[in-house]
Design a protein around this ligand. Sequence first.
Ligand code: UTP
Length: 246
Amino acid sequence: MSVEVAVIPAAGKGTRMRPATRSVPKPLIPVLEKPAIQYVVEEAVAAGAQEVVFVLSDERILHHFTEGPPIEGLEDVVFRYVLQEEALGLGHAVLCARDIVGDRPFTCLLSDRFPLPGSTLLSEMAEAFDGRMVLALEEVEPELISLYGVVDATADGPHWQVSGAVEKPRPEDAPSNLALVGRYVFPSSVFDHITASGPGALGEIQVTDAINSLARAEGAVGFTCTEELLDTGLPHGLAEATVAVA
Ligand code: UTP
């Protein structure tokens, strides 16, 4: 099934990249000469997106794509955006895109998860989309598991059947060692699940709670990725991404 819309939440506070983010929005911090978010947009377009919806707190991110001459390879992309006035959580950010996305399925890419050059993960996920949500998963060491959304999953050929998810579990409560890592293909029904889930861990509207209820209601597919996504929201992740591209 083709997935023509991509939602890119990019309205986080970026506290872990201070002082750079005092004046520069985190997604515009460059990896070599290109802002980190441009790699993510190019990944979305390579996976079939013709329309990119940014969720922003700072319109300078949109201007990078829409002002001046078109960016090579992105000339035909329709860029749209919605403002998230307050960083109320990733689930809330995704929900902000509801009016633009409507009843279409969409890929969702976190702007601070950086695709290593040549990564085909999202393209494969979009190609596999059959109406059920598709989730990128990464194996995580037990001592780090409580930093992540973690899924309940059983092996299904090369992929996983995901039956639920929990945000930031204690290691002894984690249903697996498979964490959500910032690439998703969502059916539009995810919006109802976000609305129904309300605030969760840390008082934020988490996307993991909606993923849990959507997986229970409709099933979900998990794709394991191995070191294909770096965290450019952290100084060492930004350094790794720079080395990888260089
Ligand atoms: P993070 O949890 O990494 O938060 O968000 P952050 O605010 O960007 O960074 P720190 O923790 O303050 O250093 C994960 C992704 O979700 C987006 C962020 O932009 C990032 O791409 N996000 C998060 C939103 O768009 N809105 C939110 O309310 C929360």
